[in-house]
Design a protein around this ligand. Structure first.
Ligand SMILES: CC(C)(COP(=O)(O)OP(=O)(O)OC[C@H]1O[C@@H](n2cnc3c(N)ncnc32)[C@H](O)[C@@H]1OP(=O)(O)O)[C@@H](O)C(=O)NCCC(=O)NCCS
Length: 189
């Protein structure tokens, strides 16, 4: 599969290369970042994550892309900020299994700067315009207000009918938000 890359004003979203998982883990595999998901990932879980994102890219041409800083003021270009991208919902028991899902995870010192909104806007654009999604889902837990706040700022709509329990997480109740291609193309923001 050819490499994939999106450039936004301040960010780069791209497929993962050898060594990226270590660069990601060094800055974003922290208790604050994984607070609502569970403890930080151990070496085995990080290797499984790398295998999953690489396989997703190879199979579909998209994945939960690595997020790097573009040239941005005094900051170093190429610094890893986290990940943001799309995949197919593969959670056991999910009523949306096989559908397009968006996800994000940024290092703590990159919160509150609009990077997650910038990255997720680019990822949704790609989902609808390049990869043919009709609708995209996002999940979080009720306690994760920054994550569902972002979903709502993106124009995603709460979908109680698609909530489910995922026992792999410390907080299993997964709440769903979706947005359709039509709603995305006619949004005002
Ligand atoms: C969820 C997460 C990605 C949200 O990140 P975030 O930084 O809060 O989200 P945004 O990029 O939308 O930025 C939000 C704030 O930045 C502010 N901001 C600052 N500078 C900005 C700029 N130049 N442009 C846009 N917004 C800017 C916005 O005003 C916004 O604040 P507000 O909502 O109070 O008005 C982040 O909290 C995270 O990585 N959490 C840990 C991992 C996680 O839980 N992932 C989700 C699992 S379901």
């Amino acid at each position: 599969m050819a490499d994939f890359r999106i450039d936004t004003d301040r960010l780069v979203l791209r497929n993962w290369k050898p060594g990226d998982i270590d660069r990601y883990a060094a800055v974003a595999n922290t208790p604050a970042v994984t607070r609502w998901l569970g403890p930080p990932l151990d070496a085995e879980a990080l290797a499984a994550t790398e295998e999953r994102v690489v396989a997703c890219h190879e199979q579909h041409g998209y994945c939960f892309w690595l997020l790097e800083r573009q040239h941005d003021g005094g900051h170093l270009a190429g610094e890893v900020l986290g990940f943001c991208g799309i995949k197919r919902d593969d959670a056991p028991g999910s009523p949306y299994f096989g559908g397009f899902e968006i996800g994000w995870r940024l290092r703590e010192d990159a919160w509150g700067m609009g990077y997650a909104k910038e990255a997720s806007t680019a990822a949704l654009d790609a989902a609808f315009r390049q990869f043919g999604a009709d609708e995209v889902i996002a999940y979080t837990v009720i306690e994760n207000t920054p994550s569902w706040g972002l979903m709502e700022r993106l124009g995603m709509r709460r979908r109680e009918d698609l909530d489910y329990e995922d026992r792999r997480f410390v907080l299993p109740a997964q709440l769903a938000w979706t947005i359709t291609a039509e709603a995305w193309s006619t949004r005002s923001a």
